[in-house]
Design a protein around this ligand. Structure first.
Ligand code: SAM
Ligand code: SF4
Length: 337
């Protein structure tokens, strides 16, 4: 039976229910991954970034409209001052069972500090991005990062009882040969692993065309020595999952460029400036910060969200042709991965 005060769920113009919100809490980061950021990034002035209260208010409005899964991301979420108080406030929706899952995507550098608190607040799974195990290559790819800190963070999260999934961007030149080793490393520690194709988002110095590695090709290569069994798991996103029989672990393949996954898309993204993007690969945008800062009532906010979701595009159209402009001008660190 429907609760008498329950509102109709968020359904877009193509009949897809929006149940998953990703929120970027900052555009800042302690790393500068070559495919994600320019070396000298200009970060947003503080006034443009949503306050922790604004982030909570918008997220909570979405949860009131039927969003069941919330992923906090960035930039690097753990570098945002007061981030843990946001997690603490949002965890009330886990306690009330309005939310099934509160999770985050992190580069892991600060995880050793925060893992125990995250676990205490109800975070059960997190994604940690790590493209290589080689200290020198990690330092180069992240422009200065220390892989030791990330591994310590992963271990702290596991010790706190949080399930960790490793995300690695597949890079033709830099980590292609290391991919099997990364998978074995992750599966050997009981971690799921997901490979991501590079996406043409935002201007960076590196030429991502050269680095593009099709995961179809990776899958073919892995299949020449491992048995990959398709798993029926569908998260409403671009990932497809297989089990590697030899390692016993799960491998996700995110192929935004090789496959069209838009028909079942259940997600929208909020940037740290309060812009709602209903499609990762398009420039569509609704300014929820303007709505909030104009003194919106909860009703006004809900109307603005419904209006934006109603116009969610049917799908995206990424290309990664040589010399082509990025599909969108915004960086992944702004939109939130
Ligand atoms: N800083 C956190 C981290 O690195 O996990 C969260 C934000 S980061 C933007 C989220 C994910 O986006 C990371 O897994 C990163 O590797 C991925 N990413 C960034 N730029 C990308 C690009 N151009 N193509 C594909 N994935 C990208
Ligand atoms: Fe920072 Fe994550 Fe982007 Fe790397 S991928 S620069 S860690 S936001």
């Amino acid at each position: 039976m429907t609760h008498p005060t329950a509102r109709p769920a968020l359904i877009d113009g193509f009949g897809r229910a929006v149940t998953y919100l990703r929120v970027s809490v900052t555009d800042r980061c302690d790393l500068r991954c070559v495919y994600c950021m320019a070396e000298k990034m200009v970060f947003l002035p503080k006034a443009e970034v949503l306050t922790l209260e604004e982030l909570d208010r918008i997220s909570s409005a979405f949860i009131g409209l039927g969003v069941r899964k919330l992923r906090l991301t960035g930039g690097e979420p753990l570098v945002r001052k007061g981030f843990m108080s946001l997690v603490e406030n949002l965890s009330r929706h886990l306690a009330s069972k309005a939310l099934d899952e509160l999770t985050l995507t992190t580069n892991g550098t600060q995880l050793a500090v925060f893992a125990a608190d995250l676990a205490r607040l109800g975070v059960k799974r997190i994604n940690v991005s790590m493209d290589t195990l080689k200290p020198d290559l990690f330092r180069t790819l992240t422009r200065g990062g220390d892989i030791g800190k990330v591994i310590a963070g992963i271990e702290a999260a596991q010790a706190a009882g949080i399930a960790v999934k490793i995300n690695a961007v597949a890079l033709a030149r830099d980590n292609a040969a290391e991919i099997p080793e990364l998978i074995q490393w992750a599966h050997g520690r009981g971690l799921d692993m997901t490979l991501i194709e590079t996406m043409p988002l935002g201007e960076v110095e590196a030429d991502r065309t050269d680095q593009f590695l099709s995961l179809e090709q990776v899958r073919r290569e892995l299949s020449s020595y491992w048995t990959l069994t398709d798993l029926p798991l569908n998260t409403g996103g671009p990932a497809r999952y297989v089990r590697v029989e030899e390692t016993g672990g799960r491998l996700g393949l995110i192929t935004p460029l090789s496959h069209n996954f838009c028909e079942a898309c259940n997600r929208v993204r909020l940037t740290c400036t309060g812009t709602l993007h209903t499609c990762l690969g398009r420039e569509d945008a609704s300014d929820l910060r303007a709505v909030l800062r104009a003194g919106a009532s909860d009703e006004d906010l809900v109307d603005a969200i419904r209006h934006a979701v109603d116009a969610k595009p049917q799908g995206h159209d990424f290309h990664i042709g040589r010399g082509e402009a990025p599909a969108t001008r915004r960086h992944m660190s702004t939109t939130g991965g």
